[in-house]
Design a protein around this ligand. Structure first.
Ligand SMILES: C[S@@+](CC[C@H](N)C(=O)[O-])C[C@H]1O[C@@H](n2cnc3c(N)ncnc32)[C@H](O)[C@@H]1O
Length: 303
């Protein structure tokens, strides 16, 4: 569990939470409830949830990234709030606490998937196209392999498949071949290095997006096993942790995640859909916070 003791000395989040009014509406938070923010990040959504929970409510915040939990601790000053370094796919274990006790159930769960602006702007993590720090791309750098290490040994065919399936990258073959070719003389080690290698392989910018956008997404999904955590959580940990009638709200940022959520919510023995179509940000929110443009919210009730 994360302590708040040094919270005042730590930097605050620059992340603007997306779809805040919609999250509060679909979570339907009432005073005294027990709520989980499974991707607490810098605590943007969580602090708004705490405002509605009152002094008797409980909020558990989880994140795979210890740096984000430290940031969340700076803003979540509430006696009923606890922060845990864990994946939301391990929620049932976190809730069961001490061994031997049955897991307690919660009234609602929020997942706001993907990456926070704080992670994106951290030079040392490699998420940015112009960063000269190591191309790490892990949420939790204490386990698994950094993206640059993976790129150094992965087979060209596996890399091509990763870019195609998880980045929906039409030039996957050409890019994989370029990244493997570079290994001998100039292996990719940084965010900037990856962005340059991709630009060279596909010949510059395509539309409004940076040509490496899909490649960064694919590698991030690969090194964090992101879709495995989501699928496992939806079939196991999340339904096991909610009271019958409890609510699950999920914001996804690309079609792979949204498809998994939509398919899971279609299982009527486990979920009753609250949203038939995904909920999108208003044009105003998209203008004020362009990062919200790809956000899609879905909500369901535990059957
Ligand atoms: C979009 S940010 C959340 C921002 C947060 N809602 C806010 O308002 O500040 C997503 C967060 O989810 C975390 N994350 C990604 N996958 C996770 C997982 N499987 N379990 C827990 N946290 C995860 C990331 O480290 C990141 O901090």
């Amino acid at each position: 569990m994360i302590e708040r003791s040094d919270a005042e000395k730590l930097p605050r989040s620059c992340h603007i939470p997306v779809l805040v009014a919609e999250v509060l509406e679909w979570l339907c938070v009432r005073p005294g409830q027990r709520i989980v923010d499974g991707t607490v990040g810098g605590g943007g959504h969580a602090s708004r949830i705490l405002d509605q929970l009152g002094r008797d409510g409980r909020l558990l915040g989880l994140d795979r990234d210890p740096a984000m939990l430290e940031m969340a601790a700076t803003v979540l000053d509430h006696p009923g709030c606890s922060l845990h370094h864990a994946s939301y796919s391990q929620l049932a274990n976190v809730l069961s606490g001490e061994a031997g006790r049955p897991p307690c159930e919660v009234d609602a769960i929020l997942l706001d998937l993907g990456l926070s602006s704080d992670q994106l702007s951290d030079e040392g993590r490699g998420f940015g196209f112009e960063h000269d720090g190591p191309l790490d791309l892990r949420f939790d750098s204490s386990c698994g392999r950094a993206a640059w290490e993976w790129l150094a040994t992965v087979e060209e065919r596996e890399l091509e498949q990763c870019l195609r399936e998880w980045g929906d990258e039409p030039e996957s073959r050409r890019i994989a071949s370029e990244l493997v070719r570079r290994r001998k003389a100039t292996p990719v080690r940084t965010g900037r290095g990856l962005a340059e290698a991709v630009s060279e392989a596909v010949g510059g910018r395509r539309g409004r997006r940076h040509p490496a956008t899909r490649v960064f997404q694919a590698l991030r999904i690969a090194v964090n096993d992101e879709l495995v955590h989501l699928e496992r959580a939806l079939s196991d940990s999340l339904p096991a942790s909610l009271v019958p009638g409890g609510r699950l709200v999920i914001i996804s940022f690309h079609s792979l995640e949204d498809r998994i959520v939509k398919r899971a919510f279609g299982k009527q023995d486990t979920w009753t859909k609250l949203t038939q179509k995904s909920v999108r940000p208003t044009p105003r929110e998209e203008r004020v916070n362009p990062r919200s443009r790809s956000a899609r919210l879905r909500a369901a009730i535990r059957a």
